[in-house]
Design a protein around this ligand. Structure first.
Ligand code: SAH
Ligand code: SF4
Ligand code: F3S
Length: 455
């Protein structure tokens, strides 16, 4: 039997796409193998959000050159966000002409045909579409887990934050029809899925714009569901015990969504709400369309609706023109919000975005120094906040062996904290009660409670 391996860079949307690609290969009779170098087909699904992602891709691709040369018939395919950029295609043509197939983010549904043609004709095919069509439904998926799943509800992004490449690589925002989403989640629940992660670059604008013909628009199409409305429908699906979502753009958060947190049902009391900067001046230049004050007001309202909601964020340091004063505003916002966790990024120049063209780039050493100060504050707060979990008994969905110690199990709390605990692998996929014995900055250490509800 022929084997495949898919290597994924980037965000959960990309991981979800890789599950589709894997599903398509399995439909063609390929089976999964751990080792890319010995696989008959390797697909690299790329990310371009920061320069590091680009570099890592070229490194991994380079390592496949020898196995590809030495093994007749081995197929190496590349796809994803990097491929939507002409300068990357030019580099591939010049330096990696041996790659068998290049496709983009808008023609994943064509992959089976492209793959067959490239392998049958032993041709090098490059097929990247510059514009997205409607969302293809009913594609296969080889999901990474049975008990938890990614559910993508929309694609693309219309926001054009001035630093970000995503709107160029993923095209215009398109929402899936609510029936298709609900059907997918019902099917997942039927097959034993307990937790879903609802995905979109900006889930708060679900159903807002019909940028592409044939996609869903809540204003004109039945049923008229905005994001909060969709969550309420998903909340009714039996068997789904946890609903998470990301990413939530502050500018589009609705009163309805905040209201929902008063009685969230299966929606986890947790929100990822990227702030990017604490300076209103920088936020304006980033084209984020909210001020520091508006962001803080959203946080206040969320906590009013749901006092123990866990809030996480994304922050960029060293955006062009960021002064020491701007950066201190980011630090003070972090102290004010006291995030449960935060992803921090050093600004990375992305060719073709407005911020890349600016001449007032912040010097590397200043960016790194600020980054260090920011992480110090974030970790200190995260550690302080972990203390509140000491001795708490919490439901944890056991997801697999621990990343730090394969003899331990790992899972997440409702708030999204990692929990490591000793236990039998037969617990994987079960929601169990865990007593937290040792809270740490990045993970909570716990023990299985003796009394378990039967689930
Ligand atoms: N759609 C999501 C974010 C997707 S990208 C949102 O708007 O919240 C994930 C994160 O990468 C962003 O939140 C941002 O913090 C970071 N990011 C995006 N472009 C970047 C760049 N050019 N340099 C550094 N970080 C960047
Ligand atoms: Fe990028 Fe902004 Fe769109 Fe997020 S909302 S994907 S940061 S352009
Ligand atoms: Fe990267 Fe594309 Fe996601 S650029 S972060 S894989 S949308």
């Amino acid at each position: 039997m022929k084997t495949y391996h898919v290597i994924t860079f980037g965000c959960q949307m990309n991981e979800r796409d890789s599950e589709t690609i894997a599903g398509m290969l399995e439909e063609q009779g390929y089976s999964y193998t751990e080792d890319p170098k010995s696989a008959d087909a390797v697909v690299l699904n790329t990310c371009s959000v920061r320069e590091n992602a680009d570099k890592r891709f070229f490194g991994v691709l380079g390592q496949l050159k020898n196995p590809h040369e030495n093994r007749e018939g081995m197929m190496v395919c590349v796809c994803g966000c990097m491929m939507q950029q002409q300068h990357i295609i030019d580099t591939l043509k010049a330096k990696y002409p041996w790659v068998d197939l290049v496709f983009g983010t808008h023609n994943i549904s064509e992959f089976p045909v492209l793959f067959k043609n490239a392998s049958r004709e032993k041709a090098h095919i490059i097929d990247v579409l510059s514009e997205a069509g409607p969302i293809a439904e009913g594609l296969p998926a080889a999901r990474a887990y049975g008990f938890k799943a990614f559910v993508s509800i929309m694609q693309g992004c219309n926001n054009f934050c001035s630093y970000c490449i995503v709107p160029y690589t993923r095209g215009r925002e398109r929402s899936r029809r609510p029936e298709a989403v609900i059907e997918e989640v019902k099917e997942l629940a039927k097959n034993g899925c307990k937790e879903i992660m609802v995905l979109g670059q900006n889930v708060n604008s679900y159903g807002r714009a019909r940028s592409v013909a044939g996609t869903y628009c809540a204003a004109t199409d039945e049923p008229h569901l905005d994001f909060a409305g969709l969550l309420k429908e998903l909340n009714k699906i039996e068997g789904i015990e946890r609903i998470r979502f990301m990413t939530s753009h502050p500018k589009d958060i609705s009163d309805g969504l905040i209201e929902l947190f008063k009685d969230p049902g299966h929606v986890c009391r947790q929100i990822h709400l990227p702030v990017q900067s604490g300076s209103s001046r920088v936020l304006k230049e980033m084209n984020r369309v909210y001020t520091r004050e508006q962001y803080l007001d959203i946080v206040r309202r969320l906590r009013q609706a749901c006092p123990d909601i866990a809030i996480s964020t994304d922050i960029i340091v060293g955006f062009p023109g960021e002064t020491e004063e701007d950066f201190e505003q980011t630090l003070s916002l972090v102290e004010e919000v006291r995030y449960d966790s935060a992803f921090t990024f050093i600004y990375s120049v992305r060719q073709g975005t407005p911020a890349a063209a600016r001449e007032d780039q912040v010097p590397e050493e200043i960016k790194h120094a600020r980054f260090g100060r920011l992480i110090e504050a974030i970790h200190r707060i995260q550690e302080e906040k972990a203390e509140k979990y000491r001795d708490a008994v919490l439901p944890v969905l056991i997801e697999g062996p621990s990343k730090t110690d394969p003899d331990m199990l790992t899972g997440h709390t409702e708030s999204g904290r990692v929990v490591d605990l000793p236990g039998d692998p037969s617990l994987i996929g079960r929601m169990v009660k865990v007593r937290i014995t040792k809270p740490q900055t990045f993970s909570l250490y716990g023990a299985l409670c003796e009394e378990q509800e039967d689930r």
